[in-house]
Ligand binder design. Structure first.
Ligand code: GAR
Length: 211
């Protein structure tokens, strides 16, 4: 049975969607850099091992990342899923887990990296917005794209209404991609996401990476 670890910083709704998806693997730990993250309570309620490593207790980013990496390695995961993990990870950390480290980002990358993505989309006046699941590489929000889901931006949208529409797609997309990885169908090869085998039926706006 494949093993996966989820990293969170807050609410944990993407984590919940992963835990609820019946993935072909075991969630061996949920780890937060914030001790008060609501997601930790949700994970514990599901009987998942939880842990908080407070980044404020470390002198440098590298020190925190080293402690986080050591804790993750203790669980010997095949896959590490960033699910609303709001810390920039050092190059050393990313390289250590490269190829088995995924992130979900609330925009159609490479548009709107960083934070406040829904406000960025509204300010730019785009008609389509969405979310992206990608392999994490040292380039911030710049790793190879695995799949994206798009939603329309509607007249009258504000940040909250747009975020909610995107979040619903996040909850569908991330478990789908995690499943591909845990089934051994998805890998990072020569800087591209490669998906083997049959593609499940998907809507026109729910698009996995081409080979
Ligand atoms: C999600 O929208 C996720 O895509 C985003 O934070 C939110 C976390 O919500 N992640 C990032 O912005 C990463 N750069 P959740 O805790 O309810 O899953």
């Amino acid at each position: 049975m494949k093993r996966y670890v989820i990293l969170i910083s807050g609410r944990g709704s993407n984590m919940e969607s992963l835990l609820a998806a019946g993935l072909p693997g075991a969630c061996v730990a949920v780890i937060s850099n914030k001790p008060d993250a609501a997601g930790l309570t949700l994970a514990a309620a599901r009987g998942v091992t939880t842990q908080a490593i407070d980044h404020r207790g470390f002198a440098s980013r590298e020190d925190f990342d080293a402690a986080l990496a050591a804790e993750i390695e203790r669980h010997a995961p095949d896959l590490v899923l960033l699910a609303g993990f709001m810390r920039i990870l050092s190059d050393g950390f990313v390289r250590r887990f490269e190829g088995r480290l995924l992130n979900i980002h609330p925009s159609l990358l490479p548009l709107f990296p960083g934070v406040k993505t829904h406000a960025q989309a509204l300010a730019a006046g785009v008609r389509l917005h969405g979310c992206t699941v990608h392999f994490v590489t040292p380039a911030l929000d710049g790793g190879p794209i695995i799949a994206q889901a798009a939603v329309p931006v509607l007249a009258g949208d504000d940040e909250a209404s747009l975020a909610a529409r995107v979040l619903a797609e996040e909850h569908a997309l991330y478990p789908r991609v995690a499943r591909w990885f845990l089934e051994g169908r998805l890998q990072l090869l020569e800087g591209r996401a490669r998906l083997a085998g049959e593609r499940p039926a998907h809507g026109a706006l729910h698009v996995p990476a081409a080979d």
